[in-house]
Ligand binder design. Structure first.
Ligand code: ACK
Length: 321
């Protein structure tokens, strides 16, 4: 189906390789909603060579969104075209014709974000002595009742496996010289096979030359995941992604607790400068805590690379600890 010619005039986002006709997309329901963006569950007919209907996720922006949000989604689209890795979310297509809103079509992750998956697992983990340090109340929503989804208690091997998968996805991105800038459990998806995929590339930027992206204006800033040099000088590199990965490890071990509990985001920079770091969570091995701490080295050059982290996590998995 060739989109109406009139809709293509001035449409610089149109890319025949990825364009998907709107009339082959059936939107089902909203599965995530932010201030400016929305994620919907949908069915797509005959998408990327798959015959028949496939369940997909559609990302779009709300009417009240400004140009920054639209630009972020478009930059996510352009970036996803060039990535292909089992631990990075897959682009399936996009609807860019001007007879409707911009839709980014990505693979559907049955278990949603890693953050919500970890928190749901708590219901089943609370009886395991000492496993959950923080038993905040959390309810399953209608999309994920325990009868429709098999959520199992998470053990330390699962935590290592998830960490290893995320590290592999990030190794791939770092090799492509891509800096994610918003690596956090909320931006990692868990598929039906319980595979973690790095997602939400709205803030990702290509980095050239000195591997640093200097953010011009203060936008949305995920302070508790940010490296000190990002907080002070807006410097983002794969080494600042490593810092965020350390926070993700902490989120994993604590089954989705918000980092730096009880600490106000505005006080964090000073504390970090004074050398403050989060303590070892109760159920965390010294080995894994050493890894997260190495990600939080003040000097970016003293932090490990994703490649070496992948190897360390792999060795820990082999040893079975
Ligand atoms: O944790 P969740 O249920 O899973 O809530 C968030 C919400 O949308 C906002 O990001 C969910 N979400 C985002 N992308 C996808 C996807 N590709 N497949 C399934 N759920 C998704 C996420």
């Amino acid at each position: 189906i060739i989109p109406n010619r009139d809709n293509l005039i001035h449409n610089t986002d149109f890319d025949p390789k990825w364009e998907f006709p709107r009339n082959r997309l059936i939107l089902e329901k909203v599965i995530g909603e932010g201030a400016f963006g929305k994620v919907l569950k949908a069915q797509a007919m005959d998408i990327t060579g798959t015959k028949g209907m496939s369940t997909v996720a559609v990302k779009t922006i709300k009417q009240n969104a400004g140009s920054t949000e639209k630009d972020d989604l478009l930059s996510e689209y352009n970036l996803l075209k060039d990535v292909n890795h089992p631990n990075v979310v897959k682009l399936l297509g996009a609807c860019t014709t001007q007879d409707g809103p911009f839709y980014l079509i990505i693979e559907f992750a049955k278990y949603g974000s890693l953050k919500s998956y970890l928190r749901k697992s708590r219901i089943l983990n609370t009886n395991i002595d000492g496993f959950v340090s923080n038993t905040e109340h959390f309810q399953l929503n209608d999309r994920m009742t325990s009868s429709t989804l098999q959520i199992y208690p998470i053990n330390s091997k699962d935590i290592l496996t998830f960490s290893w998968q995320i590290s592999k996805g990030m190794t791939y991105l770092a090799e492509l010289k891509l800096v994610h800038r918003d690596l956090a459990a909320r931006n990692i998806l868990v598929t039906k096979d319980k595979v973690c995929k790095v997602s939400d590339f709205g803030l990702t930027r290509d980095v050239y030359e000195d591997n640093a992206y200097l953010k011009k204006t203060k936008g949305r800033v995920p302070v508790k995941w940010m490296a000190p040099e990002s907080l002070s000088d807006n410097i983002y590199t794969s080494k600042s992604d490593i810092w965020s990965f350390g926070i993700v490890l902490w989120e994993l071990v604590t089954l989705g607790t918000d980092p730096y509990p009880g600490i106000d985001a505005k006080d964090l920079f000073k504390l970090l400068n004074e050398g403050y770091r989060m303590d070892k969570p109760n159920n965390c091995s010294t080995e894994l805590y050493d890894i997260m701490n190495s990600c939080w080295a003040e000097d970016p050059y003293r932090r490990p690379s994703f490649k070496s982290l992948t190897t360390s996590l792999e060795e820990m998995l082999e040893k079975g600890n």
